[in-house]
Design a protein around this ligand. Structure first.
Ligand code: ADP
Length: 581
């Protein structure tokens, strides 16, 4: 689903709500404004019609007042031209006072007896006059055929016998009334009982009639036209197209005028009401949309935050998982390494043990020979010493004893070395004089070297050369290097073993031979690498053990070919007093 879909789901109903509320506000506002408009229209209409009725009242009252005037009633009896002149003057004077169009007095047959104007056709057919003959006040309106419209009022004149003897007829031209309405902004009109517009301040409406019960208007002497008529609550709305001086859409207010038998009506333009309603609705819509937009923005922000948060949490979770995995792998690796280290240590320990045994084996022959020789010498010297004593040569016997003592010392040294060699594991690190170590190693291998005819080239430096290490273990390393050199030179014509010791940092001991050299220098420190008979002396452990021992003192051992044989170098840190402290 795209991101815009949920937004649309939110926005569409909101817009619908806004539209509904705007519509409702418009409707309500329009109704309110219509109420106000019709109230105003009704008030205007009442004012206008009130004026009209009181205007007409004047003419009617005048007719009534003149009806029993003796100057007029006398005319219904035998009367002369003088009476008629008097009556006519009376009527003219009265008409001048009220501004009435015309005033007439007629007998009951409708014949004109006196008047402000001529009326040759008489009044026999005039509806107002006929009503007056019945003894009531007659009211009528009509047109004179030349476009002039008028109101007509007739008041009965009673004779001495109490019967109607004639009537005064007052004619008021409608233009007089209409003239006062002209300036009004509201279209006002009077509709007669026939449904035709008799009077209006809009010439466009003049003469129009409404077809009863049908939504049509009939123009004077033309085809009916449709006009829209609808209701909005109690109000009747007209939609008409009758020129620029009439509203296209108007509310129609009406008032009955029973006195003149007409209905007064006004058309009030609903434009302002619509504009006001539209304004209110627009204001509400703008407000709602504004708040909606704010809400939407807030919602968007909330969503964006939630999305960012979720993304962050996902990333953290991913990272945590990766870390956990890495951690687990690391722990496994550590475990494996620890196990491998333990296995290595075990193997190393076993190798050391095996190497020691092998070295012991190698040495035992030399040592037994070494011990045997002084023993034999001691026996010989002791026997000779006894013989010297018997012969009375105590000096020679003492010399023998001294040699015996020297021999015993030598033997005990050999034995001590052997024991130390076996127990070397617990030997502490300490100050060791390398001169002594070399000499002890040479001493332990003297027999072997002598037997092989190896010339030893060794010149001890003047002072002690002190290093930090284990004396016995260093001796073991040197014995191993010397015997290896002797082994290598077994087949050589020249057999020379050179040992040099250089003081310095580091202290360097070099064991050089004149053998054939090393076959594979890169392999010699590998455990079990040997070029010697496997069944015989070779086990391939001597150098690898030596390597481990030197390393344990912080030094290094290396082997290389010189061109005339092999050279093994042991480098060790010189002794430093502060190390012990
Ligand atoms: P081993 O003496 O039992 O063979 P080492 O570890 O002492 O075991 O020696 C390993 C190998 O290194 C020897 O078999 C030999 O091939 C070689 N090697 C050691 N010393 C010398 C030397 N001085 N000259 C030539 N080769 C040597």
């Amino acid at each position: 689903m795209t991101r815009s879909a949920p937004r649309l789901m939110l926005v569409a109903p909101f817009l619908l709500v806004v539209a509904a509320m705007t519509g409702a506000v418009w409707h309500y506002g329009y109704r309110q404004a219509l109420d106000e408009l019709s109230r105003r229209g009704e008030a205007d209409l009442a004012l206008v019609l009130g004026g009209l009725v009181s205007d007409l009242q004047r003419y009617r009252d005048q007719a009534v007042a003149l009806a029993d005037h003796p100057s007029l009633t006398v005319l219904t009896h035998a009367s002369g031209p003088r009476d008629r002149r008097v009556a006519t003057r009376l009527l003219i004077a009265a008409a001048d006072r009220t501004g009435a169009g015309a005033l007439y007095f007629a007998d009951r047959d409708g014949r004109l007896l006196a008047g402000t104007a001529l009326r040759p056709e008489g009044f026999a057919g005039a509806p107002a006059f006929r009503r007056a003959l019945d003894g009531a006040l007659g009211t009528a309106h009509g047109s004179d055929g030349a476009g002039g419209r008028y109101f007509e009022f007739a008041a009965p004149a009673f004779g001495a016998d109490g019967r109607v003897s004639g009537a005064v007829v007052a004619v008021a031209p409608a233009e007089n009334v209409e003239f006062g309405w002209r300036g009004m902004s509201t279209a006002v009109f009077l509709v007669d009982v026939g449904g035709s517009v008799f009077l209006s301040n809009r010439s466009e409406l003049q003469g129009w009639g409404k077809v009863p019960g049908a939504p049509e208007l009939v123009p004077p002497g033309g085809q009916p036209i449709r006009f829209g008529q609808s209701r909005s609550g109690p109000h009747e709305i007209w939609q008409i197209e009758l020129g620029p001086y009439l509203p296209r859409r108007a509310v129609q207010v009406a008032q009955d005028l029973p006195r003149i038998g007409m209905t007064g009506a006004a058309l009030v333009d609903v434009g302002p009401a619509r504009r006001l309603a539209a304004l209110q609705a627009a204001a509400v819509a703008v407000l709602l949309l504004f708040f909606g937009a704010l809400l939407l923005m807030a919602q968007e922000r909330r969503h964006a935050l939630a999305r960012a948060n979720a993304q962050l949490e996902r990333r953290v979770a991913d990272r945590t998982e990766t870390l956990t995995r890495t951690n687990r792998a690391l722990q496994r690796e550590i475990r494996e390494r620890q196990e491998a280290e333990a296995a290595l240590k075990r193997a190393q320990a076993e190798l050391v043990q095996a190497g020691k045994l092998s070295a012991l084996g190698k040495m035992s022959a030399g040592i037994s020979h070494e011990l045997n020789q002084p023993l034999m010498a001691i026996r010989q010297l002791a026997a000779n010493g006894g013989a010297f004593l018997k012969r009375g040569a105590p000096d020679s016997a003492a010399e023998n004893l001294a040699r015996i003592d020297e021999m015993a010392h030598r033997m005990s040294r050999i034995i001590r070395n052997l024991r130390a060699f076996v127990r070397n594991e617990n030997e502490p690190m300490g100050r060791v004089d390398m001169i002594k170590v070399v000499e002890v190693a040479l001493e332990m291998t003297t027999e072997r070297l002598r037997k092989d005819g190896v010339a030893v080239d060794w010149h001890a430096p003047p002072g002690p050369v002190l290093v930090c290490g284990g004396e016995v273990r260093l001796g073991q390393v040197l014995v191993n290097l010397i015997t290896n050199a002797a082994d290598a030179m077994a087949e050589s014509a020249e057999r020379r073993l050179s040992i040099t010791l250089e003081d310095g940092a580091p202290v360097r001991v070099a064991v050089r031979d004149t053998g054939p050299g090393i076959e594979e220098p890169e392999k010699i420190f590998d455990p079990f690498y040997t070029t010697k008979d496997v069944g015989g002396e070779g086990m391939g452990l001597g150098l690898s053990i030596s390597y481990g021992l030197v390393q344990s003192f912080g030094g290094r051992i290396s082997g290389a070919n010189t061109g005339a044989g092999a050279e093994f170098t042991v480098e060790l840190d010189p002794w430093a007093e502060e190390r012990v402290a």
